[in-house]
Design a protein around this ligand. Structure first.
Ligand code: NAP
Length: 280
């Protein structure tokens, strides 16, 4: 039997990643001779790692914090989306090339539209955060022509850079910068997204005041390591629809699987594996 094809995640630190459970469940359900493993790498180890991909039979990679931008110089080509987002979360290794993709934004959108039944077209969106994940989400939302997208980040320069980038690439959408959370005007939004790590830790403060959350809003927190963050808890109490980032994690994985394997991913098996791993 030929050796297993190796897939995996590079980043640092990554020991709590749910991705191995999700992808290995998919591989075994389709009896693919493949294995997904974690590659916790320090930045000075990246060069050697990339020069040994073939020798180690590595056929595909996911990329997470802090290397979604750092890996770009190691690649031969980028998808149009990865170029627009400026970050890569999936690498396809072929005989001669390394191709970079970004499935985060598409994963978010697929979860939003397919599972949560939210159509962003014509809607007003408030986005907290302007980092890697926020950039991916903003680009994919912009493709769906919401009415407006307002962005707040603690780092004002990052928020303004993202807004300018969106204005250069998309027309007919009102892109605005908020100087504070209050400036997001959440009361008049249809969708509120937290794309910051605030809320991952038990004692993190909640970024949004309960009074500012209307009942007819969808509150989406990208955090997936806890089912209900403080933000989701107060939104639930106000009667709003809420979602954690687990669905986005699932569908970015589905996107990566389909790029690597050129076949449909077993979505429900991957979803079940993620839930089981999270509940451990
Ligand atoms: P990132 O690149 O570090 O971006 C986070 C951004 O949030 C940074 O610009 C950061 O500013 C800003 N920020 C931090 N605290 C803030 C606050 N109190 N108020 C406003 N802005 C604040 O991280 P990322 O990769 O975008 O990830 C963001 C979150 O999304 C993480 O929790 C990650 O786990 C999650 N995520 C989930 C999925 C999924 O599939 N569900 C995928 C990707 C990411 P500074 O840099 O100045 O701190």
């Amino acid at each position: 039997m030929s050796p297993s094809k190796i897939y995996g995640l590079i980043g640092y630190p990554i020991k709590h990643s749910l991705s191995p459970a999700m992808h290995n469940a998919a591989f075994s359900s389709l009896t693919l001779n493949a294995r997904y493993q974690l590659f916790p790498l320090k930045e000075d180890e990246l060069k050697e790692f990339f020069s040994n991909l073939k020798r180690n039979n590595i056929c595909g990679l996911n990329v997470t914090i802090p290397y979604k931008e750092t890996v770009i110089p190691f690649l031969h080509s980028l998808s149009q989306e990865a170029r627009l987002i400026g970050a890569v979360n999936t690498i396809k290794v072929s005989d001669t090339t390394l191709e970079g993709f970004n499935t985060d934004g598409e994963g978010f959108l697929r979860h939003l539209e397919q599972d949560l039944k939210f159509n962003p077209k014509g809607q007003t969106v408030s986005l907290i955060g302007a980092g890697g994940a926020a950039r991916a989400i903003a680009v994919y939302l912009a493709k769906k022509t919401p009415r407006g997208l307002t962005i707040y980040d603690i780092d004002k320069t990052k928020a303004l850079t993202l807004i300018n980038h969106l204005k250069e690439n998309f027309t007919g959408i009102e892109f605005k910068h908020a100087e504070s959370i209050e400036g997001l005007n959440i009361q008049n939004s249809n969708l509120l997204i937290n794309a910051t790590p605030m809320g991952m830790k038990e004692d993190d403060p909640c970024l949004v005041h309960k009074d500012s959350i209307p009942r007819d809003i969808l509150v989406y927190d990208l955090i997936y390591n806890r089912k209900v963050t403080k933000l989701l808890q107060i939104a639930k109490e106000k009667g709003a629809q809420v979602s954690s980032g687990l669905g986005m994690l699932l569908y970015q994985g589905v996107g990566a699987f389909e790029l690597w394997m050129a076949q449909k991913a077993p979505v429900e098996i991957m979803r079940k594996a993620l839930m089981e791993e999270l509940n451990k």
